[in-house]
Design a protein around this ligand. Structure first.
Ligand code: GLU
Length: 302
């Protein structure tokens, strides 16, 4: 039985099997839901279909099940949700919050150069807003969200956060030139449709949060509470990922995988003979950890 109120989720992209890093986010979201007697959902984020590996969705669900992490409702696949994303985009366009953009990457580079803006060493090019004023007869390639101003939010672990949307990300893409829906729009529409009250995910996603809150406000949707978990780093110091050799979780060793993920989250060593015993003991330990986060983050200045 779950109490009404708290609804959390784990939202893997099926681009590869779960590994030690993604299990940390899965486990933290499950523990947080259980510690609040809430519901825990799984959403397969397969909007970027060309990057998805067929069969990986089922493999991830099997890996979660082997670790004793069973969703309380049937999983949702984003590839089946296009109509909801189209409706949200139409709402934003109608309100003047989103607009069609005709620029190619080289147009954006040229417009930035004309404004004297340097090419960033990392990350996407911030769009200089060329099509805000209209398309001048050109045809729409992508759809963008207007993004200005400083957005502040509170992370349950990281404390007070802020991002200047205009300079850090600019008018960001909602629907790509190849016709695919962008993660930012899909995640916001689905978190709202699934009634998610608490988002618990890896710290590498923290800098998406301001864009997502900006979209929630423009669509009149509630903003969930956010908690970003520590990352597992690979030998090269980068976040552990398929690209830098993360091994798929070994389905034969779920208990040791859970113990390793628990250590990353700051859980003490929990002696247990079974996955179920380990998870049962991990829930109160997690409740202690989040109580400590609250104390620390409340001391951090905004
Ligand atoms: N699908 C995203 C990922 O696997 C996670 C999205 C989210 O939790 O908001 O990185």
């Amino acid at each position: 039985m779950t109490a009404p109120g708290y609804r959390g989720r784990f939202a893997p992209s099926p681009t590869g099997p779960l590994h030690a890093g993604s299990l940390v986010a899965a486990l933290a979201s499950w523990l947080d839901a259980r510690a609040h007697c809430g519901a825990w959902l799984v959403r397969i984020e397969d909007v970027d279909l060309p990057r998805c590996v067929p069969g990986t969705d089922r493999l991830i669900l099997a890996q979660l099940a082997a670790c004793g992490l069973h969703p309380d409702e049937p999983p949702v696949w984003q590839s089946a949700r296009g109509a909801a994303y189209a409706e949200a985009l139409a709402t934003l366009v109608e309100a003047g919050a989103a607009y069609g953009c005709a620029c190619s990457r080289s147009d954006i580079e040229a417009a930035r150069a004309a404004l004297g803006l340097a090419r960033p060493r990392f990350g996407d090019l911030v769009y200089p807003g060329t099509c805000r004023a209209g398309l001048n007869g050109r045809s729409v390639r992508a759809w963008r969200m207007r993004a200005d101003g400083v957005l502040r939010w509170q992370d349950r672990r990281l404390g007070a956060q802020q991002q200047d949307l205009g300079s850090a990300v600019g008018d960001f893409v909602l629907k790509r030139a190849d016709g695919l829906w962008a993660y930012q729009l899909a995640v916001v529409v689905d978190d709202a449709a699934q009634g998610i009250t608490h988002v618990v995910r890896g710290e590498d996603l923290a800098d998406n949060t301001a864009r997502q809150i900006h979209l929630q406000r423009a669509l009149g949707l509630a903003t969930p509470a956010y908690l970003h978990t520590p990352l597992v780093l690979a030998a090269d110091g980068h976040k552990l990922s398929k690209q830098n050799g993360a091994a798929a979780l070994d389905l034969a060793e779920p208990l040791s995988s859970l113990q390793a993920a628990g250590t990353v989250l700051g859980l003490p060593h929990i002696p247990a003979a079974t996955v179920a015993d380990w998870l049962a003991a991990a829930v109160p330990a997690w409740a202690g950890i989040i109580a400590a986060f609250v104390e620390t983050t409340e001391r951090k200045p905004a």
